[in-house]
Design a protein around this ligand. Structure first.
Ligand SMILES: *Cc1c(COP(=O)(O)O)cnc(C)c1O
Length: 412
């Protein structure tokens, strides 16, 4: 029996040709351009099928064994499996797999240990902090008193002296580590020490690197953090969503902060898909993937540095690279536009110390496609040639098509 009734795309084409065309076009776009957006990846067909399964219809407010709706026996089992797998993969005592997105996980984590008006120390927004690090446009900036620590302008590394100084001065209730653009490992032991000194909770917004930690290619924050928020769709390669990992002591507060404080009914199709992705993440093949993702990023960064880009922190420990094209005589925004026209999709990010914009790219998706170091050399040549304006866009677009045809994201 089929696990999903929606595999029949012909039926969708007949009922709603307009939307069917969009879905087909998006699959084609993802398959024939290079996804270098650091936060993106290709979830497996198994994960996508689970998202499109009948569990999408199921209402399941509450937690396994304590739901506000009937008919939840199978939903309960799916969520219990997701929780057990998350705990096993990350070595956590407790996992909540219900947050709808990474930001929802952060909101719930703050709600679990903070009160409105509390002071929170986090990486500043201009230095790679996320919206949830106190942006005035986000709940975090409205409801908490955020203090931002920064990066050392010379090295690009987190300024530990500033972290310690601000913690002593401002006595935050929580210290947050996590970033949307930091390419290096974070010294969690250092942050734990500072948090202990001032009596703060340590919250790690692991988001980007969750898959690298799961695959053993990055150090785990679990031994140090009180709360770890993760996204499941970045390097972890699962469905779009979030989760929170913590010790047994905060389990009840975290669960209540997710439901009923910040969310209603759980998205059971997404939770089941998280279980499938966590099952994948526990395999040796995934560990190999995580290590290859980092190896690819290192090689790509080296090639870009050799071609004249300024690489933030001089390299990378993760899947993520921040490359400033200013030495080539162009700004990040112009470079991004040229690259997009040639089928190389990536983001820009602000550079606090120069006021300019750099390219932010990652190797999570292309590594899922099976690309290794030789392919990274080809991608680097494309990035350099197209961003610098030395290479004709049509020729580059053809090369991107050839590369993606060699490494299709969904060969089946
Ligand atoms: C991606 C990310 C988030 C939020 O994830 P969404 O799923 O987009 O809400 C939060 N914090 C950090 C550091 C991130 O990188």
């Amino acid at each position: 029996m089929s696990v999903t009734p929606v595999l029949d795309t012909d039926a969708l084409s007949r009922q709603d040709p307009e939307l069917a065309e969009i879905l087909r076009g998006e699959l084609d776009r993802q398959s024939t351009t290079l996804q270098l957006t650091a936060a993106e990846n290709f979830a497996s067909p198994a994960v996508l099928a689970t998202l499109g399964s009948a569990l999408a219809n199921k209402y399941a407010e509450g937690y396994p064994g304590a739901r506000h709706h009937g008919g939840c026996a199978l939903a309960d089992t799916a969520e219990r499996i997701a929780v057990e797998r998350a705990k096993a993969v990350f070595g956590a005592e407790h996992a909540n797999v219900q947050p709808h997105t990474g930001s929802s996980a952060v909101l719930a984590a703050y709600a679990a240990v903070l009160r409105p008006g509390d002071t929170v120390l986090a990486l500043g927004l201009d230095d790679g902090g996320h919206l949830t690090h106190g942006s005035p446009a986000n709940f975090s900036g409205r409801w908490f008193d955020f203090v931002g620590y920064g990066l050392d302008p010379d090295t690009g590394l987190i300024d530990h002296d500033e972290v310690r100084l601000l913690a002593r001065e401002r006595r935050p209730k929580a210290i947050v580590c996590g970033s949307i653009a930091y390419p290096r490992h974070i010294d969690y032991a250092f942050f734990r020490e500072v948090a202990d000194e001032v009596g703060a909770h340590l919250i790690v917004t692991l988001a980007h690197s969750a898959g690298l930690v799961a695959g053993g290619a990055a150090p785990s924050p679990l031994p140090y953090a009180d709360l770890v928020c993760a996204t499941t769709h970045k390097t972890l390669r699962g469905p779009r969503g979030g989760m929170i990992l913590c010790g047994a002591g905060l389990a009840r507060r975290v669960d209540r902060a997710v439901f009923p404080f910040t969310q209603g009914g759980a998205q059971m199709n997404s939770i089941a898909a998280k279980a499938v992705a966590l099952g994948e993440a526990a395999t040796p093949a995934f560990a190999a993937y995580a290590h290859q993702t980092v190896a690819n990023a290192r090689v790509l960064a080296e090639h870009l540095a050799a071609a004249g880009f300024t690489i933030a922190t001089g390299g990378t420990d993760t899947h993520l690279i921040v490359a400033d094209p200013a030495p080539l005589g162009i700004d990040g925004r112009t470079a991004r536009g040229r690259l997009a026209a040639a089928g190389l999709v990536l983001d820009c990010c602000a550079l606090a110390h120069t006021g300019g914009r750099a390219l932010r790219l990652g190797t999570a998706a292309v590594t899922t496609q099976g690309m290794g170091e030789p392919a990274m050399a080809r991608i680097a040549a494309l990035l350099v040639g197209v961003a610098g304006g030395g290479r004709d866009p049509a020729g580059a677009r053809a090369e991107v098509r050839a590369l993606t045809a060699e490494f299709p994201p969904y060969p089946e």
